[in-house]
Design a binder for this molecule. Structure first.
Ligand SMILES: [Zn+2]
Length: 101
């Protein structure tokens, strides 16, 4: 199955409230700053308990569809948010620098 981007309107605050950033299949919660979250079947942040509905990843920067496809397979219950769109809309560049280490 191929992955394709479908544009939709979002409430950016709602998106931010329910998104998790993932790298190498470990998650980062930008709200409580927890790193290394096991994201298999994740529905809530294990630390702050906020509900997770969206996922994005620096690895998918530039629209790397194979990365998105891999994550969709592992996290089919979460909507994959394009990383570049997310950064553009939130200005949260710090999420990027966190994973550069
Ligand atoms: Zn959290």
């Amino acid at each position: 199955m191929e992955c394709i981007r479908i544009w939709t309107e979002v409430d950016i605050q709602e998106l931010e409230a329910h998104i998790i950033m993932v790298d190498d299949m470990l998650g980062y919660c930008h709200k409580c700053k927890t790193i290394g979250i096991d994201i298999r079947d994740i529905k809530k942040c294990p630390s702050c308990q906020r509900e997770i509905k969206y996922v994005s990843s620096t690895e998918a920067k530039g629209g790397k569809s194979e990365i998105v496809g891999r994550m969709r397979k592992k996290l089919p219950h979460l909507a994959f948010v394009d990383y570049d769109d997310y950064v553009r809309l939130t200005g949260k560049k710090k999420a990027e620098s966190l994973f550069k280490a």
